[in-house]
Design a binder for this molecule. Structure first.
Ligand SMILES: Cc1ncc(COP(=O)(O)O)c(C=O)c1O
Length: 397
């Protein structure tokens, strides 16, 4: 009781801070969450400064605000600022980590059934080019990566464990810490796609034990689009040569030589969206001001309530996997295409999204699914919105 009281979050204030709450019922936080006013102000303010005094001059004036973003993200993840690279989205952040791992014929990459589509495409490309192999660790009885099977698969040829923390297509939260323990025991690099988990639950890279972690700004962190970041543990940065280098990532040391930066900014590139970066920093500070444990507590409360109500609804089937479930609620509706339901709800100013097999082909194929509806709640959503969502859905099915 005491603990859950401490975790109470003033959602009324969160809604006052969020202009979009007045116009939509937004259950598409796993797509892109509604930005709070202060993030919007930070982004627009910087764009106005650029228009008034010039882009380079605005950046020079706002050096501190940009540098602060590294501190904010480092606080969020429990790491050092020099271990953070700011990159334009989660996919490219993940790519910069993955394509830096030296792989050769016979090396093994271990991943999970719910791995994100873009990551898997990258595995396939690298496997084709190098002769490394991709092995998918089966799920346990809860539909999450099986830790005993992962442990059994380890040998000296495994060079990378890369999994997705929260699946793009549902409530599944993979046991990232347990995977980290296996990776640590075996001394294998561990890359975690935390795109859907950062911002909706506490994340500490040292507790998880990952060597690299990628995430995005626009989803549960409520930052602007076109922002993201990569964490790389200081002790492994030197082993990882980025696939692309420019004058941000490296120095042209002499006519014939270059020197790669020693910190995680070797994974960045020079030209960037300063307004977006500043907005990302403000969004991270805003999330930290609520506290990630309080955010997670409220999200789980709303998601559980939504799952309860959907499970009682005729013609609706919940599709979430995993022992621990998060704010992403996935379901299908008998004899109705997800895209049709999405359209009908959108006409009533209710947002949700459709997750197709492209995003998680291994999992969707195994379950005979081609797409699912994805209703993803955030702390600024309300019980009343859950009711309205369910009543409206019930009138459509
Ligand atoms: C699990 C997961 N990883 C990666 C991504 C890609 O993120 P971004 O669009 O920021 O590149 C997504 C986006 O939906 C995702 O759900």
């Amino acid at each position: 009781m005491g603990k859950s009281r401490d975790l109470r979050l003033n959602w009324q204030r969160a809604r006052q801070d969020t202009p979009g709450c007045e116009t939509v019922l937004h259950f598409n936080n796993a797509g892109a969450a509604l930005m709070p006013q202060l993030v919007l102000d930070a982004v627009v303010g910087h764009l106005q400064l650029e228009a008034q005094i010039g882009g380079y001059e605005a950046a020079a004036q706002q050096v501190e605000a940009v540098e602060r973003v590294y501190d904010a993200v480092a606080t969020l993840l429990g790491c050092q600022r020099q271990e953070i690279a700011l990159i334009e989205n989660a996919t490219r952040a993940w790519d910069m980590g993955f394509y830096s791992v030296p792989l050769k014929k016979g090396d093994r990459i271990l991943t999970g059934v719910s791995e994100y589509g873009s990551n898997f495409i990258a595995f396939l490309q690298v496997a084709r080019k190098t002769g490394a192999t991709i092995e998918v660790i089966p799920n346990d009885e809860f539909g999450q990566i099986s830790i005993p099977k992962l442990r059994q698969a380890i040998d000296e040829r495994v060079k990378l464990i890369a999994i997705t923390h929260v699946a793009t297509n549902g409530g599944l939260v993979n046991p990232a810490v347990d995977v980290g323990n296996v990776a640590k025991d075996a001394g294998i690099l561990y890359l975690l796609d935390a795109c859907q988990s950062v911002g909706q639950m506490p994340i500490n890279v040292n507790e998880i034990g990952c060597d690299m972690l990628s995430a995005t700004g626009r989803k549960y962190l409520r930052g602007p689009r076109g922002t993201g970041f990569l964490y790389v543990r200081e002790g492994v940065i030197e082993q990882l040569e980025p696939p692309f280098l420019d004058m941000q990532a490296a120095e042209w040391a002499s006519k014939d030589t270059f020197r790669i930066r020693a910190d995680a900014r070797r994974f960045e590139n020079w030209e960037t969206n300063y307004a977006g970066k500043i907005g990302l920093g403000v969004a991270v500070d805003y999330a930290l001001s609520w506290g990630l444990a309080a955010i997670e507590h409220r999200i789980r409360h709303l998601a559980d309530r939504l799952r309860d109500q959907l499970s009682d609804m005729d013609g609706v089937k919940l599709q979430d996997l995993g022992q621990k479930k998060c704010g992403i609620v996935s379901f299908t509706v008998e004899e109705k295409e997800p895209s049709e339901i999405k359209q009908l709800l959108s006409e009533k100013k209710i947002n949700l999204s459709v997750s197709s097999a492209q995003g998680t082909r291994l999992d969707m194929d195994a379950r005979g699914l081609t797409s699912v509806l994805r209703a993803s709640v955030h702390y600024y959503n309300t019980e009343a919105e859950v009711e309205r969502f369910c009543t409206t859905l019930a009138s459509l099915v």
